[in-house]
Ligand binder design. Structure first.
Ligand code: TXA
Ligand code: MG
Length: 320
């Protein structure tokens, strides 16, 4: 583990630091250091075509990184920052390298809601670029332990900030001339964004698989146990008679004897508690060498939409 001063020292010296946020842990480097940014891609085994989110510590720093910022973006930033919302804006090329944006003229920006990381960015005096701190195509980590387990090289580069309070990545939005587009479901619901904007979002979620490079496909996928999304758990169990089965359930414990391990996300049916426990529970289930993990879909609104999206990605290996 690192002290705050050691983390600043590493960032100033073009190295990477694992930082806590309210969503998931990030693997960060200074936006001014191409060496650090390259190291992020290498450690994650992430293809260079998948751009990184820039993290700022003050709303006004948006205009240091982006230009021609739409009114609607300012409105959303003023309402939701700091928080789990990422805005894709026209980048200021002099501040943001093509490495960070994968050659795009747009940059993704967010202001994380975590005291330590905000202080870190302020002290460094420069924003940090950070993807989630997991190997490419594995589950996002919501604790420092889960970062270490899968990227051991980072053991001595972690600034520990406890368990992530939200537990799912930020919602990503982009802007065209007329509309606001949802690029990724996340911690801020569609309903909350639409009510601030007083208009409907255009849903434009891309399938990153299309662009995936063949070399990445058989490496480190996830979860390692096969994740199956089903409507009826009992029926699904009967379809896999000789398998070691685990269950991830929202609020009901089924206690079926043939099940090796069952994790209930929130006994009281609280979607926030369930979201907080979601990735860490999948990490536990995936460590048990199960053949399959069965899970029922969540409600299709609010945070449930984001959880369903991550389930789909985990079951079809589309995680970033
Ligand atoms: O909550 C979060 O967003 C976490 C924490 C660490 O901040 N970060 C995170 O980063 O989830 P990552 O790299 O795992 O996912 C970033 C997402 C990807 O879907 C990426 O394609 C999209 O943001 N993105 C980044 N830059 C973009 C850009 N310039 N244009 C469009 N999409 C972009
Ligand atoms: Mg990710």
């Amino acid at each position: 583990m690192l002290t705050f001063e050691e983390a600043i020292f590493r960032l100033k010296n073009e190295d990477v630091v694992v930082v806590p946020t309210e969503t998931v842990y990030g693997l960060a480097g200074s936006i001014r250091s191409n060496n650090a940014i390259k190291k992020i891609f290498r450690l994650k085994n992430r293809p260079f075509f998948n751009p990184l989110i820039v993290h700022i510590a003050k709303i006004n720093d948006l205009s240091k990184i982006a230009k021609n910022i739409p009114e609607k973006a300012w409105k959303l930033a003023n309402f939701f920052f700091p928080g789990p919302l990422t805005l894709v804006l026209e980048k200021k090329s002099e501040s943001i390298s093509n490495l960070i944006t994968s050659g795009s003229k747009k940059v993704a920006v967010r202001m994380p809601n975590h005291k330590i990381t905000l202080k870190l960015i302020n002290k460094l005096g420069c924003p940090i670029a950070a993807p989630s701190a997991n190997p490419y195509n594995y589950l996002s980590p919501t604790s420092s332990e889960n970062v270490k387990k899968f990227i051991p090289e980072l053991e001595n580069a972690i600034l520990d900030g406890g368990e992530c309070v939200l537990g799912i990545e930020s919602t990503v939005l982009a802007f065209n001339e007329k509309n606001v587009e949802l690029l990724r479901h996340g911690g801020i619901s569609i309903e909350a964004i639409e009510s601030v904007l007083n208009e409907k979002l255009i849903i434009n979620i891309s399938n990153i698989r299309k662009k995936d490079s063949p070399g990445m496909v058989n490496k480190h996928y996830s979860p390692k146990s096969k994740l199956i999304i089903c409507q009826d758990i009992y029926k699904a169990i009967s379809l896999y008679p000789n398998n070691n089965i685990g269950i991830l359930s929202f609020n009901k414990r089924l206690s079926i004897p043939v099940i090796k391990k069952e994790i209930v996300l929130s006994e009281s049916g609280d979607i926030f508690e369930a979201t907080k426990n979601f990735f860490s529970s999948l990490y536990i289930l995936d460590s048990l060498n199960l053949d399959i993990i069965l899970v029922k879909k969540f409600q299709n609104h609010g945070l449930g939409l984001a959880l369903n999206d991550r389930l789909l990605r985990a079951s079809s290996r589309l995680l970033t």
